[in-house]
Design a protein. Structure first.
Length: 203
């Protein structure tokens, strides 16, 4: 099975380098992102057309999915929403400098739970569960190509847990509107193996 993982396009919060997790922002104007949109559309024309399209329910992902795949029915997967950044939500680095909780989080290399938000472990488990649910459904329905339009953190969570490569969470960071292409071994998946995402390359 062919898999695409695509990060949503830019929102106002992304432009201002804010921690945008649960904040349900729309995208900034399409005209301001035409270069990345056209680049991705040209790459997708050379790829197999998805027969299953899955998105986080947040506006920025739904809107991106409709830009890239306007003619394909969209399914929502709530478990692939971005992390809840808690106290850091909708704030940027400069605004958080005075928070001791922020300094402690930075010093932990992002491994501490977000104050009043979600822990890394909880986020990873949620994304793992959401990805597994969607893949099981795709296999049951005999899908050949599945595209996920989700968040940067969600993509990192999926790949750090399911990639056959020996990689860490932040190794999979993508810019807005970018994505990865890969293949999933259905036989190994059915056998219960988890490190089944192979041939991963940037779109």
């Amino acid at each position: 099975m062919e898999i695409y993982l695509i990060r949503h396009l830019k929102t106002k919060g992304n432009v201002e380098h804010r921690y945008i997790g649960t904040t349900n922002e729309s995208l900034i104007k399409k005209e301001a992102q035409l270069v990345i949109i056209e680049q991705m559309q040209n790459k997708l024309k050379k790829c197999q057309l998805p027969d299953m399209l899955i998105s986080s329910p947040l506006k920025r992902c739904v809107e991106t999915a409709k830009i890239y795949f306007s003619d394909i029915a969209l399914q929502l997967q709530p478990k692939l929403k971005e992390s809840d950044f808690g106290l850091f939500e909708n704030k940027n680095h400069e605004e958080l400098q005075a928070f001791p909780e922020y300094q402690a989080w930075l010093e932990s290399n992002g491994t501490l739970p977000f104050p009043k938000g979600e822990s890394r472990e909880s986020f990873l488990k949620r994304c793992r569960d959401g990805f597994e649910e969607s893949i099981f459904q795709a296999i049951e329905q005999h899908k050949k190509c599945v595209c996920f339009v989700i968040h940067g953190g969600s993509i990192m969570a999926v790949l750090s847990q399911f990639s056959e490569q020996d990689s860490e969470f932040y190794d999979w960071l993508l810019k807005n509107g970018e994505g990865y292409q890969m293949y999933l071994d259905e036989k190994e998946w059915k056998e219960g193996r988890k490190k089944v995402l192979r041939g991963i390359k940037k779109l």
